[in-house]
Design a protein. Structure first.
Length: 135
């Protein structure tokens, strides 16, 4: 939960974090998990994570991966841990026949944008995130 809170804080919206340990355990450790997590550890301590789930592209007629969250504690950035997480996600996508990995990045997150571009990502400026909140 600490990493999720730090991610929400980094995004500037800690009040939006509604997840509980109980709900995450129920959704992640079941027969058909709703998402998957890559956990980065240093010295046995969690320092970052990537959460992702499968999607499907009708344009490609192939599955894909949606990278929902990528977060590293600030003191561990610049140590290739983020690169390792993205590389592992790429390997998973490749192994499972995916056509692409999609995600969003905050337009004010220049450090993240630079990181993603160095990893070979194309930043597509002409699309906007749309969301319908379910009450």
């Amino acid at each position: 939960m600490e990493l999720l809170y730090l991610k929400a804080e980094f995004d500037g919206c800690p009040e939006s974090l509604k997840a509980t340990s109980e709900q995450l355990n129920k959704d992640l450790f079941c027969t058909n998990p709703l998402t998957s997590i890559l956990l980065a550890e240093v010295g046995g301590q969690p320092v970052g994570f990537a959460s992702y789930h499968r999607i499907y592209s009708t344009f490609l007629a192939k599955p894909g991966i949606w990278l929902d969250d990528l977060y590293l504690k600030e003191e561990y950035r610049g140590q290739k841990i983020g690169k390792t997480l993205i590389t592992r996600l790429y390997q998973i996508a490749e192994k499972t026949g995916c056509g692409r990995i999609d995600w969003t990045v905050n337009i004010n997150n220049s450090q993240g944008i630079n990181f993603y571009e160095k990893m070979g990502a194309n930043i597509i400026e002409k699309v906007r995130l749309c969301r319908l909140e379910i009450q």
